[in-house]
Design a protein around this ligand. Structure first.
Ligand code: FMN
Length: 185
């Protein structure tokens, strides 16, 4: 059994859809047990994070960086950091924003640096940019390698992010769960 935790923030629901897609992808790997944890619940669900083999962090990009709620969660882990309690767990990240870039890269860098501070081992997206899958979805359409990105331009809120980006997020979840299964062998 491999335990994957996904801890995320979403102010208006868009990044939550992306987080659910990561969850779906992770669940598609046999033997994986997945916890989807909104940052607001992270404090009382800390045991699930501590027990995880891999933790995926995700938040929207706000003013060119991590959303404040995610940053606040990160700071709340300082005791774990001091004890290096998450050392050698796998980590990965995702973010979503309104613009095609919107400075999402900066958010992924912040997530990766946070994971490195915890001694975690970062798993990148591992997908070539802008390929069409058999269903015509444009996978990794932003050409990000550090993590999964999505765009929610605010035109059609009910369908944002779109299927291209949701599938990219599923593939990140799947990759992390597969990597965790190998890591814990
Ligand atoms: C405070 C704030 C700051 C934002 N800053 C950015 C930004 O820097 N770049 C960008 O492309 N979009 C920005 N946006 C748009 C959000 O990233 C976008 O609406 C995203 O889908 C919100 O995700 P959520 O529904 O999970 O909160 C910002 C939105 C808010 C509310």
């Amino acid at each position: 059994m491999t335990k994957i935790a996904i801890v995320y923030h979403s102010g208006y629901g868009h990044t939550e859809r992306q987080a659910r897609a990561v969850e779906e992808g992770a669940r598609s790997v046999e033997q994986s047990v997945v916890s989807l944890i909104p940052v607001a619940q992270a404090e009382h669900r800390r045991a699930e994070l501590d027990a995880a083999d891999a933790i995926v962090f995700g938040c929207p990009t706000y003013v060119g960086s991590l959303s404040a709620a995610m940053k606040s969660f990160m700071e709340s882990t300082s005791r774990t950091w001091a004890a290096q309690g998450w050392k050698d767990k796998l980590a990965a990240g995702f973010t979503n924003s309104g613009s095609p870039s919107g400075d999402k890269f900066n958010t992924l860098v912040d997530l990766a640096a946070f994971a490195a501070q915890h001694g975690m081992v970062w798993v990148g997206l591992g997908l070539l940019p802008r390929y069409r899958d058999e269903q015509g979805r444009e996978i990794n359409r932003s050409g990000s390698f550090l993590g999964a990105t999505a765009q929610s331009p605010g035109v059609d809120h009910a369908n944002e992010p779109g299927e291209d980006d949701l599938q990219t997020a599923r593939l990140l979840g799947r990759r992390v769960a597969q990597a965790a299964a190998r890591w814990t062998k």
